[in-house]
Design a protein around this ligand. Sequence first.
Ligand SMILES: [Zn+2]
Length: 87
Amino acid sequence: MRPPLCFVCGLSPHDLPGDRGSSGFTLVHFALDVQERAAQEARDRDGWVGHPVNAEWFCGAHADTARAHADLHWRKALSVLAAHGDA
Ligand SMILES: [Zn+2]
C-alpha cells in the first residue's frame, strides 16, 4: 500500500498542519473489469499486500468527487479525475 498522496492535487499529510495527518485522506476503490478482478482475487489468495491497481488516495477536498466516480472502471475514473484536477 502506498502512503497517502492525493491523486488529484498531489497533497500529502506532510502538507497539512498539526496532527491531522493521514486522517484527512481517503482510499477510494474503483471498478475492475472481469479479468482484473480475477487476477486481483488470485493475488489476494496468495497473500499479496501490494497497492491495488484500482485504488487511489484522495484528500478531504477531493474524496467526495472521487467516491462519486467509484462505480466507473478505474482507468476511466482516474482520467476523469485527473482532468478535474486541471480545472
Ligand atoms: Zn486533493
